[in-house]
Ligand binder design. Structure first.
Ligand code: GRF
Length: 187
């Protein structure tokens, strides 16, 4: 059995999709969710799913200090792999080195196109005919790490809302699958 730590800042729909898949899979476990926003809906989801949740504040302290707290939690919880699921912070090089090749992120565009916080809108407004999702390792840059998997679909005449829904449905399908594969390789 391998242990997955998940970090999220917002709604947590990917966190929930991963949790439900791991529940069915039975082989691996989510050790904990770590959230940097007190009011994130992801916290409510974790409580409903009986998954241990930690709030780590970034306010009035250095990034290194907050990251040290995160690191301690991940070590104490015996995490073998970290999945970012809408975690809206960039790690310091020190943290990335500590967890090299063990932090995975999902991004709602076909990287290297449209990195950053507005991947869906930027893709939609770009004129690209093909849109999609990228799962990648986290390196020291923003959405620049080695790509693990991408899946795309045709934009056609979909509205922005329809594209958002398609992206999220795709994320919820592929992220658990890729994470389970990685966890299997750690076993
Ligand atoms: C997802 O679109 C993910 O690709 C991006 O942040 C969003 C998180 O959504 N990194 P949710 O909090 O999982 O609902």
């Amino acid at each position: 059995m391998a242990n997955l730590g998940i970090l999220a800042s917002g709604s947590g729909s990917n966190f929930q999709a991963i949790a439900e898949s791991l529940e069915n899979n039975k082989l691996h476990k989510i050790s904990c969710l770590i959230c940097d926003r007190k009011n994130a809906y992801a916290i409510t989801r974790a409580k409903n799913l009986n998954i241990k949740v930690y709030y780590v504040s970034y306010f009035n302290r250095t990034k290194e200090d907050a990251e040290n707290e995160i690191n301690k939690i991940l070590v104490n919880e015996n995490c073998n792999l970290i999945a970012l699921a809408g975690f809206m912070r960039i790690f310091s090089p020190y943290f990335v080195e500590k967890w090299e090749n063990k932090i995975i992120n999902i991004h709602p565009s076909l990287l290297p196109k449209h990195p950053g916080a507005h991947g869906i809108e930027d893709s939609y407004n770009s004129g690209d005919k093909e849109l999609g999702v990228t799962i990648h390792y986290v390196d020291k840059g923003m959405d620049t790490g080695p790509i693990i998997y991408q899946e795309s679909f045709q934009k056609g005449d979909l509205s922005l809302v329809e594209v958002e829904n398609s992206i999220h449905a795709l994320e919820h399908k592929i992220y658990p699958q890729i994470l389970i594969k990685k966890l299997n390789s750690i076993l």
